[in-house]
Design a protein around this ligand. Structure first.
Ligand code: NAD
Ligand code: ZN
Ligand code: ZN
Length: 366
């Protein structure tokens, strides 16, 4: 019987961004097959397309997605066919020291960042029978995927797929940066530089924990308006304002400064936004070879801290259902994060939306 192929959005170091037909092998031991219903376009996909994070192999992009389980391989116990799931892009190995210590976001055994399944294989092949690899072990810009069980997190059936998709990356990262990485407390102050899907989720998380004041900085008036509706008390145009000077003069320095762009030049300015003892939280992901410079005397003298943040220091299996519950209870009104909804065939336009910061989060529907 000829293999069934489906279109997938692929980035290839030679051919660039394109659509390629791929076939999917069945779920093996410890794997789950999922019908993808919605996938968000995150800047971490764009980093691949822009060459910030070089790849030597063709990748099916897409790592922020939700869908329905269609089949499970031998030994899978946490989900079954028909379950609604959010895909978690940092599937932990559950065996390494970090996993055992309850720090799944630091897992050293995951193969997700090598863009393979845990056994080092890919479930995708193209029409020439060449391997095509799943970005972050998922490759969600296609209609069906096979992922490790640890990447398929069961959520309530009444959670909208678009919201589920964003729970897969931006919301869990942004809210987790506030609650887990930084541990912001009520009444503490924060500035968030970059108000895309991730930065707006940071703003939402800050409102949830009762931070005040909350300053949002972006170059897009449209995104700053959304930040205001999400609870920012002040908004600043990053082009027109020296943000560090403004934070010191107007608010006496901030307890927390979040960066949600991935810009080395912006990251360098974070410590100067802080009050003594404050923390800079690096949520945006810079190019792999990026370095930066700070005033080292000020950092030590003022007891300032710099915190790295991978996946909002979240444990997908715990934090994704928790955030889904907060959304369904009306405590995390992130509907406005959903921007344009496009068919998969419009992926190039979706990347253009992201480059131009047009709308908020673009969702692709396979
Ligand atoms: N830490 C993690 O685990 C994790 C998870 C997901 C995404 N990320 C990273 O977070 C970053 C943001 O992702 P996103 O999907 O929200 O991106 P996005 O492109 O939607 O948002 C970035 C925003 O930054 C704004 N911006 C750009 N330059 C600016 C400047 N100089 N001053 C102020 N604002 C500026 C843009 O207008 C845009 O609104 C990316 O680097 C992405 O890779 C990290
Ligand atoms: Zn992402
Ligand atoms: Zn691990």
């Amino acid at each position: 019987m000829p293999k069934q192929h489906s279109p997938a959005v692929v980035f290839d170091p030679v051919g660039g961004l394109h659509t390629r037909d791929v076939s999917l092998r069945p779920a093996g031991p410890g794997e789950v097959e999922i019908d993808v219903r919605a996938a968000g376009v995150c800047h971490s996909d764009l980093h691949i397309v822009n060459g910030d994070w070089p790849t030597d192999r063709p990748l099916v992009l897409g790592h922020e997605a939700a869908g329905v389980v269609t089949a499970t391989g031998p030994g899978v116990t946490s989900v079954e066919a028909g379950d609604h799931v959010v895909l978690s892009w940092f599937a932990p190995c559950r065996k390494c020291r970090k996993c055992i210590a309850g720090q799944a976001w630091l897992c050293t055994g995951t193969r997700a960042v090598a863009n393979t399944l845990p056994d080092g294989t890919t479930p995708f092949r193209d029409a020439q029978d060449e391997e095509v690899w799943p970005y972050l072990g998922l490759g969600a810009f296609t209609d069906r995927v096979v992922v490790p069980e640890a990447a398929a997190v069961k959520v309530p059936d009444d959670l909208p797929f678009d919201i589920g998709a964003l729970l897969g990356c931006s919301i869990t990262t942004g809210v987790g940066a506030v609650m887990n990485t930084a541990g912001v407390r009520p009444g503490e102050s924060a500035v968030v530089v970059g108000a895309g899907g991730v930065g707006l989720s940071v703003v939402m998380g800050l409102r949830l924990v009762g931070a005040d004041p909350v300053v949002a900085v972006d170059l897009s008036p449209e995104r700053l308006a959304v930040a205001e509706r999400f609870g920012a008390t002040h908004t600043l145009d990053g082009r027109a304002t020296d943000v560090a000077t403004w934070c010191q003069e107007e608010l006496g320095g901030m307890d927390y400064a979040f960066e949600a762009i991935g810009s080395p030049r912006v990251i360098e300015t974070l410590p100067a936004m802080l009050t003594s003892g404050g923390a800079a939280v690096l949520v945006g992901m810079a190019p792999t070879d990026a370095t930066g410079a700070f005033n080292l005397f000020d950092l030590a003298d003022q007891g300032k801290r710099i915190l790295g943040c991978n996946y909002g220091s979240s444990i997908g299996a715990l934090d994704i259902p928790k955030l889904a519950g907060l959304y369904l209870a009306g405590r995390l009104p992130v509907d406005e994060l959903i921007g344009t909804v496009r068919p998969l065939a419009e992926a190039p336009a979706a990347f253009d939306d992201l480059r131009a910061s047009a709308g908020v989060r673009t969702i692709l529907r396979p």
